[in-house]
Design a protein around this ligand. Structure first.
Ligand SMILES: C[S@@+](CC[C@H](N)C(=O)[O-])C[C@H]1O[C@@H](n2cnc3c(N)ncnc32)[C@H](O)[C@@H]1O
Length: 272
């Protein structure tokens, strides 16, 4: 437990992590632990609990240890091959869902850099949209497939391996969303920072943080149906530059900066 506590900043965090890890080691819900304080741990359970605490103590995010992350009211399977979905991305999902619901008829949605499938599966689960996700990481694609099956949206959610929008070349979509890597390479932290456990390909946005978006933006105009919606998540310090990039690719579109829970500009919304 001491190792697990080392990664926690507060007593509350230590208590929460401790009970989550113990529940995981015992394969029981947390409520069971509270209701059974007299229950004895087997040797195997003690070793398992100690191992989990050690991983947490080394800085590994709790979501990877538990293999689970909550996003938009659902539980997603996650492992070290995918970014842990972030609460700030839920705003972009809200916006995509509202757009799909407003449109009459079936809407097709493209999610570039789908990772765990958090965005794509949430849109599919909340609407009748047909969603295609792409990712450069084959192992991330496998996780996204797993989540689509877990959330019963595999019939309307396809995930394809490839670079940016290359796998869907020649197709058109009513909405395109992307949360591509946007951390400037020089800002990528080293272990034991929790970010260092996430895949570099999910974070590394090149020297200025916009290298991947700079390749994506010119691919977008032929992919978007007339009157379609574009949503791109970015880092607050570089969002202005991304906005200018997007404006020159879509001169007739109104492009707005939208804010996250912390009030920071977090994604761009482009509509005609
Ligand atoms: C910031 S993560 C976002 C994952 C997921 N969309 C989410 O919001 O949780 C970026 C994702 O983009 C993928 N990616 C990076 N470069 C890519 C490229 N050139 N083509 C397609 N996907 C890419 C990474 O593998 C990673 O899964």
């Amino acid at each position: 437990m001491a190792e697990g506590v080392r990664a926690a900043a507060t007593v509350g965090e230590a208590a929460r992590y401790g009970s989550l890890l113990l529940a995981h080691a015992l394969r029981r819900p947390r409520e069971w632990i509270v209701a059974h304080p007299e229950e004895r741990l087997s040797e195997e359970q003690r070793a398992m609990f100690a191992g989990l605490c050690e991983r947490r103590g080394a800085g590994e995010p709790i979501a990877y240890i538990l293999g689970n992350a909550g996003f938009y009211g659902r539980e997603f399977f996650v492992n070290g091959d995918v970014l842990i979905p972030r609460p700030e991305t839920e705003h972009l999902v809200d916006e995509a869902i509202a757009f799909v619901k407003r449109r009459r008829g079936a809407v097709s949605v493209l999610d570039v850099g789908a990772g765990s499938g958090a965005i794509a599966c949430s849109i599919a689960a909340e609407t009748a949209a047909v969603v295609v996700g792409t990712d450069i990481s084959e192992t991330a694609i496998a996780v996204a497939h797993q989540n689509a099956r877990r959330l019963n949206v595999a019939d309307r959610c396809a995930f394809v391996h490839g670079d940016l929008a290359e796998p869907v070349h020649g197709r058109r979509f009513g909405a395109i969303v992307a949360n591509l890597p946007y951390v400037p390479r020089g800002d990528l932290p080293a272990a034991p920072d929790p970010l260092s456990f996430e895949p570099r390909v999910a974070l590394d946005g090149g020297s200025d943080g916009l290298a991947t978006y700079a390749r994506l933006v010119p691919q977008l105009p032929p992919l978007l149906e007339s009157g379609g919606l574009l949503l791109l998540e970015a880092a607050p310090p570089t969002i202005g530059r991304l906005q200018r990039m997007l404006q020159s690719a879509f001169p007739r579109y109104a492009i707005e900066q939208k804010h996250d829970y912390a009030g920071l500009p977090r994604y761009l919304k482009a509509v005609i």
